[in-house]
Design a protein around this ligand. Structure first.
Ligand SMILES: O=C(O)CCC(=O)C(=O)O
Length: 296
């Protein structure tokens, strides 16, 4: 199809599916399949879900959701990947450990977490459906003293749909100088600040520099400093920014989950994935992309 026509259809489709009732209508198959899956959340998962539903953000840790032996293993794995570090996007302050379009592999202990029930059950319960794994990164944020904030270092809302869940895991200690993720609680649509600087589907929203500070007191900016192993669950259609490191680098993995109707930027292949051995939720998370990349 002609690229311009394709773009136009994508634009119209983004308007049509944007209202939440229609978003749910177009995702009803994955809503039903999720309802039919027997699911028991742990006490920790219940708490995370409840925080996520009430404010758009929740924290946990690898120790709480997995076990205390996991963090050192992941850090050791990162050390081995250090030689693959490279800038792979226009965001020159970020160095990527994985390829731009990585093969999703259960052999990678960090990628494997993206399909774990510990994480997926919370994300799916929040979105109310079998979600789709859209993309995942493992990145080092470099210290950029004296530079202007750019891209996701500026306040923004993520694009396309009115619910989108990201999971960030800090793999080193993140203090204020390491560019912590920062969020405005209650800024998802339907909440107190939901109508402030709204998304412009299919685009998100980047308020003018200084505009958000005028609208929302600094005491309401939730600065997510945390120890290595901190896990942040967040609806990034709410207002947020991050990765502006001024004194210390940050190592973080990001898993991004949307509804099955979410389309653009889905960036991974399934060539190394034993699809038939995955849980129902994990299969649903990757099925579309595995089909698109002809890996099923
Ligand atoms: O790097 C960060 O802390 C924020 C990244 C971000 O804005 C995003 O993933 O939407």
């Amino acid at each position: 199809m002609l690229p311009l026509l394709k773009r136009y259809i994508f634009f119209i489709w983004a308007q049509i599916k944007h209202p939440l009732p229609l978003w749910r209508f177009f995702n009803q198959k994955s809503i039903h399949s999720f309802k039919e899956e027997p699911l028991k959340l742990s006490k920790a998962q219940e708490r995370i879900l409840s925080d996520l539903q009430s404010t758009g953000i929740a924290t946990s840790s690898l120790d709480e959701l997995f076990d205390s032996s996991l963090l050192p293993k992941l850090q050791e794995h990162i050390l081995q990947l250090e030689k693959t570090l490279d800038t792979k996007t226009k965001k020159s302050y970020l160095l990527d450990y994985w390829k731009k379009i990585p093969p999703l592999s259960l052999e990678d202990p960090i990628m494997r977490l993206s399909l774990s029930s510990e994480i997926l059950n919370v994300v799916n319960s929040y979105l109310g459906m079998h979600s789709q794994l859209a993309f995942f990164f493992l990145q080092k944020t470099e210290v950029r003293k004296g530079k202007e904030r750019e891209y996701s270092q500026r306040w923004h809302r993520d694009p396309q749909e009115q619910r989108f869940c990201k999971v960030f895991i800090y793999l080193n200690d993140v203090d204020k100088s390491a560019g912590p993720f920062t969020y405005i609680p209650n800024s998802v649509s339907g909440k107190q600040y939901g109508n402030l600087f709204p998304q412009k589907p299919p685009a998100g929203s980047y308020p003018e520099d200084g505009a958000l500070e005028k609208a929302i007191l600094e005491s309401e900016h939730q600065i997510m400093t945390g120890k290595a192993g901190t896990i942040i669950f967040c609806d990034t259609t709410g207002l947020h920014r991050g990765g502006y490191a001024t004194g210390k680098e940050r190592i973080m993995t990001t898993f991004a989950y949307g509804a099955q109707t979410f389309r653009e930027n889905i960036a991974y292949t399934c060539t190394n994935l034993p699809y038939s051995t995955l849980s129902l939720s994990a299969q649903a998370a990757v099925q579309k992309q595995c089909e698109r990349t002809n890996s099923l």
